[in-house]
Design a protein around this ligand. Sequence first.
Ligand code: AMP
Length: 285
Amino acid sequence: MKLVKSKIEVRAEIARLKSAGARVGLVPTMGYFHEGHLSLMRISRRQADYTVVSLFVNPIQFAPGEDLEGYPRDPERDLDLARKEGVDLLFAPDKKEVYAPNASTFIEETSVSKGLCGQSRPDHFRGVTTVLTKLFNIVTPDLAVFGRKDIQQLMVIRRMVRDLDFPVEIVAGPTVREPDGLALSSRNLYLSKEERRRAPDLYRGLQAAARALAEPGAELAGVLESARREIERNTGGQVEYISAVDNDMAEVKQASDCSYLAAALQLGSTRLIDNVDVNTGDLSN
Ligand code: AMP
């Protein structure tokens, strides 16, 4: 596996591969790898000839006061795990390599990104779409793999790629969970022992709500309200939102229009998000 820190080197390597006809896959990450990240690398390895993983804690998707400084990092371990997964190139640029000091151009999706997490993190998705535009321009992948764990992010990216004609196929990987149901996340590290014990009740609450919605005559607002109460009671946290949304992440009023139930939970100092796909009945999503 090549470890590359410069854009120019990435471009040169990809140009060489593409001239040989290779199909390139990209897995964008912020590092501190867990099974969720590794599962996306495996998907890319299956679908592409050459897999690039980017490791960059993108400062512009964090608001002041969020966890940019404290975001978990372990580059040595990440290197080792990516190598073991058969990744071909790990692109780990530093901040200076990615952003010019006077960078002043942003890419903004203005619809899918506005609800759910966009309410409390108004500049977050603009940071995500801007860095991905840059990564797509640097790596020029044929496909890029994202996790369903971050369902709104996935749908924002799909919208951006469609609207701006990026020549990249967006591939979605299922949410990888702990045996007790908690979705893997680098941020789970922040949880105290007691919070960790109670955290799976976010997913359990979403699953219970999805089951309740499938009942004939289910009343959406009531189901969401009781799920909110249950999740708060069982986790001791505060539900930031629990919403029924369509594929464009717009809130729906009728159970029959719902594609996903999505929620964000503040548990102590940790913000957790999760979602279930109610259409496929694949509640493990
Ligand atoms: P991050 O490093 O948190 O920015 O995540 C990088 C990629 O991994 C994103 O596409 C996430 O959606 C995906 N991801 C994070 N957690 C999981 C998980 N538990 N299962 C599947 N994919 C995940």
